[in-house]
Design a protein around this ligand. Structure first.
Ligand code: CA
Length: 236
């Protein structure tokens, strides 16, 4: 587990278009973040191994490799938020990225301030601003599934479960509304803080991933139940 001592957040940007990379470095730098940018995936994993990164912004289309491959490698070991930059907005790509553990997407062309806003939102969600763990923390225990909101920690039958910030937010929201049916729309708007446009694939893909991590039986989930035609319900 990484320990945060300094407050300056380190952001990794992997983007082969130098202009975009420099623009992001400038805007994020103005917000007080320390930005490291790479114009290809080469050397990125070594860099992450040697430095504590708080968030990564990855371009999907990179020379010689792509952002998804890099994302897959990152997710084998690290759980900081990852925002993908993509030129085309294909639903299949989006689902693919979410399955691999991306937390958010930004479609090109974008305004750098949009990236700044999404970065802030993800860091808030990841709870990396919260460095004080001394006070007694409230937590949920649902038949052996323990959720610690402040530490963003999830334990299942005594074993740590690593969740991405989005997955964690979904799980926490369902816990906070235990035994209530939560619609996909509500979940999307509460977790993503965006207007729901009637497409529940994003929510569905995250729930599927979450269930997989909780070792749920797809046909008889113990924790996150499907409420047909409505959404989902966490049962105590
Ligand atoms: Ca590119």
């Amino acid at each position: 587990m990484k320990q945060q001592i300094v407050s300056e957040k380190k952001i990794l940007v992997v983007e082969d278009e130098k202009e975009i990379a420099e623009l992001l470095t400038l805007y994020l730098g103005n917000e007080g973040y320390e930005v490291f940018y790479f114009t290809s995936s080469e050397g990125v994993l070594d860099f992450i191994s040697e430095n504590v990164i708080d968030l990564a912004v990855l371009d999907v289309m990179l020379p010689g490799s792509n952002g998804f491959t890099l994302l897959r490698e990152i997710r084998k070991k690290w759980f900081f938020p990852v925002i993908m930059l993509t030129a085309k907005i294909e639903e299949a790509d989006k689902i693919h990225g979410i399955t691999l553990g991306a937390d958010d997407y930004i479609t090109k062309p974008f305004h750098p301030l949009e990236v700044v806003a999404r970065v802030k939102a993800q860091l808030r969600r990841a709870g990396t601003y919260n460095t004080s763990l001394s006070k007694e923390e409230e937590y949920y225990n649902i038949r052996g599934l323990e959720i610690f909101p402040e530490r963003h920690k999830v334990v299942l039958y005594g074993e740590n479960i690593e969740l991405t910030p989005m997955e964690f937010s979904i799980l926490l929201y369902l816990c906070q509304h235990i035994n209530q049916a939560v619609t996909s729309e509500e979940l999307f708007e509460q977790v993503w803080h965006e207007k729901y446009l009637g497409n529940n694939n994003t929510v569905f893909a995250h729930i599927a991933k979450l269930r997989e991590k909780l070792h749920e039986n797809a046909r008889k989930p113990k924790f996150i139940k499907t409420v047909w035609g409505v959404g989902y319900r966490m049962e105590d």
